[in-house]
Design a protein around this ligand. Structure first.
Ligand code: FE2
Length: 401
């Protein structure tokens, strides 16, 4: 592959390094269709992509349907208890075998509604080809007269799986190097949080968010805007308390800390945590929020009483699907007033989203302007230069440079 749009690596490298010297990425990377196709190969074709959490499929036969980089996938707890990631594309006529065909006159032409659930096998609704939980074809009606057809030869394509802190990752590159060694620095920071034991509550996916996936990542990770866009509602954790861990080429994650003025702050009108502190975290942990990106697409926040994850999945040059959920200790989920308090917490976060989302939509418009800058960064958004460095290394590798 060559770099798209006649870009040179030298131009892109101006965005790498640290905030002191870096400039923004060329605006075209946020909207151009040719660049998007390049990026889908250069980044999403060979990096580890988060597809869910292990506790979402606790029992043999449980499965999640997800789409990543345009590919419909099944994430299943297979017969031996391990987690498998398989293509959801039937190897007969390419029907997405998890797609619901039970639709109304109003929604029958809408994008496929891929089902998650639990079962002993996957049966394609089209011609009833049946695959077991390991993706092996075990049933195919009326195929006995077809010359040389042998069910043993047919499997759903299988993808590599890596579990890190309860998050399930897969990769379209079956030869990809493992992810965990690149996350060692982040592991140290998260050790007290026991992330693998936290449980996902009420995940939601917004399928058509109208801005480039990188705009979402940047908005989530940078803390410069906390005291500006969120002035008044973010005062418990001002931008002046932002800091970022050092990033080096080869790291798989970028992360930073937003110090809170008091322990146990929270993203809601009380500016205080609504649930008990996470078991095992220190006073230092309780007085800061950790924001982390496992590049390219898993965003996480860790606060005193809870954590949350966002998955960002590009669906086009200027669109992405965004999934979000809280993760809590079991002990918190079991509290008698958990449901009500969760509603308060969600309502609290919404006040931030109502400022962030229109900002992101408007940033997308500006990035498409002939006047879009390659702007400079403040120290409070140092993570953006780090993210650029990670991206540009992938762009360069894909272009063979
Ligand atoms: Fe924000």
């Amino acid at each position: 592959m060559v770099l798209p749009l006649g870009m040179s690596l030298e131009t892109l490298r101006k965005s790498s390094g640290t905030f002191e010297t870096a400039v923004g990425l060329p605006p075209e990377v946020y909207s151009d269709a040719e660049f998007h196709r390049f990026e889908m190969d250069a980044v999403f074709g060979s990096e580890w992509l988060c597809v869910g959490r292990q506790e979402q499929i606790p029992t043999v036969g449980d499965y999640l349907s997800v789409t990543r980089a345009g590919e419909p996938l099944i994430v299943a707890r297979s017969s031996d208890g391990s987690i498998r990631v398989m293509s959801a594309v039937c190897q007969h006529r390419a029907m997405c075998l998890t797609a619901s065909v039970d639709r109304s006159d109003e929604d029958m032409l809408d994008p496929p509604d891929l089902q998650s659930g639990s079962g002993r096998m996957f049966r394609c609704p089209y011609h009833y080809w049946v695959y077991d939980l390991d993706g092996q074809l075990v049933g195919a009606p009326e195929m006995s007269k077809t010359t040389g057809f042998d069910m043993a030869d047919v499997q759903l394509p299988s993808l590599p799986v890596e579990i890190w802190n309860g998050f399930i990752f897969t990769n379209f590159d079956s030869a990809a190097a493992p992810l965990a060694p690149r996350l060692a620095k982040l592991d140290e920071v998260l050790a007290n949080y026991h992330v693998e034991s936290l449980v996902t509550v009420d995940p939601v996916t917004i399928p058509d968010v109208p801005f480039n996936w990188k705009i979402m990542v940047e908005n989530f990770m940078e803390m410069y805007h906390q005291s500006r866009l969120h002035h008044g509602i973010h005062d418990f954790a001002p931008s002046s308390g932002a800091s970022y861990a050092d990033y080096a080429a080869g790291d798989g994650a970028m992360f930073g800390y937003s110090e809170t003025l008091e322990p146990d702050g929270g993203f809601n009108p009380t500016m205080q945590a609504l649930f008990p502190p996470l078991p095992g975290i220190t006073m230092q942990d309780r007085q800061r929020i950790v924001f982390a990106l496992v590049a390219p697409s898993l965003l996480m926040g860790f606060q005193s009483d809870s954590a949350f994850w966002f998955y960002v999945d590009p669906t086009g040059p200027t669109t992405h699907a965004l999934s979000m959920a809280y993760i809590f200790p079991e002990s918190t989920v079991e509290l008698p007033d958990f449901g009500e308090t969760l509603e308060d917490a969600i309502a609290g976060v919404s006040t931030f989203n109502r400022q962030d989302m229109p900002t992101n939509v408007a940033t997308q418009l500006g990035m498409q302007s002939r006047f879009a800058p390659r702007g400079r960064y403040s120290w409070q958004e140092g993570v953006l230069a780090q993210f650029n460095s990670w991206l540009v290394d992938r762009y360069a590798a894909a272009a063979g440079e």
